[in-house]
Design a protein around this ligand. Sequence first.
Ligand SMILES: [Zn+2]
Length: 336
Amino acid sequence: MNTLLPWQQQQWQNLMARLRGASFPHALLITGPAGLGKDRFAALLVQTLLCERGIDAGQPCGQCRSCLLYAADSHPDQRRVAPPEPGKVIGVDQIREANRYLTQTSQYGGYKAVIITPADQLNANAANSLLKSLEEPSPYSVILLISARPGRLPATILSRCQRLMFAPPPPQVARQWLVEQIDSQLDPGLLLDLAEGAPLRAVQLANEDIFTVRREMLTALQAFGRGKGNLSALAERFLKIGVPQTLYWMYTWTADMIRLLSSGNQRSMVNYDLREYLVDIANNAGLQAAHGYLHYLNETLRVAERQLNPQLLMENVLMAWQDMLMPQGNSLSKRA
Ligand SMILES: [Zn+2]
């Protein structure tokens, strides 16, 4: 059964108190970085609202008719609205359907709930259509919007939702939870650093065998910085790992190179498992070129999501990397 994560206790207790005090918001926007369990929290909240004993107990019982239906994903008083495919938008028809659904009486005589995730994927028409339900909520209906990027939601939506924010938990809380989830051979501190403190993201990285993948990527980049390897093949390989992930790692590697070059201080490094490679590349690049590349990556990260040709974007990032390491115009993969 889905359970509350240790860093979500405070928010949960607050909501349960409001639920018993009948001041529960009809629309709640759950925000915070990815990997903190926002979707899990929302799902547990819905199950609690639907459970026959949930509101009194402050958690779902797991045994009543509602809980059993919920576990079988067939409770009629809850809906989940998400893009039809990852990366696609939530369309107006999906929201119109949810609006209609919210105006009907609940099948089991209690709450009805709709989860919209990720809410920042609502297109303009869908967002407009949702306003109707936010402005004239049906009794005992709850809309939960989940978003790691609430800044992308229209102000009209934001102003009609109460906000519940999650931040990365204190490192010792995250670590204590994480060690229970991962192979004991893996370094929980490093995983958390790589996941920017988000524990569920750290688990995902552990499952993706991230240490090997990163090492292989950096080995390829080290060689490419010496003019070895094929540009488009390497770009293709990195695209399979994903643009945001690749750019983020290259960013942390470059930042670590700058740390090594400016202070030699290893303790502030993020990627200390890759120290050997990073020292070599950093010495080859020099401080000024590394600063230049970090600045370039910063700019690229800012526009990456709007870039329509990811292959081209990745090839440019790799060429700039090679330029950092072979600045005299002797890089081998220069475009004609
Ligand atoms: Zn129950």
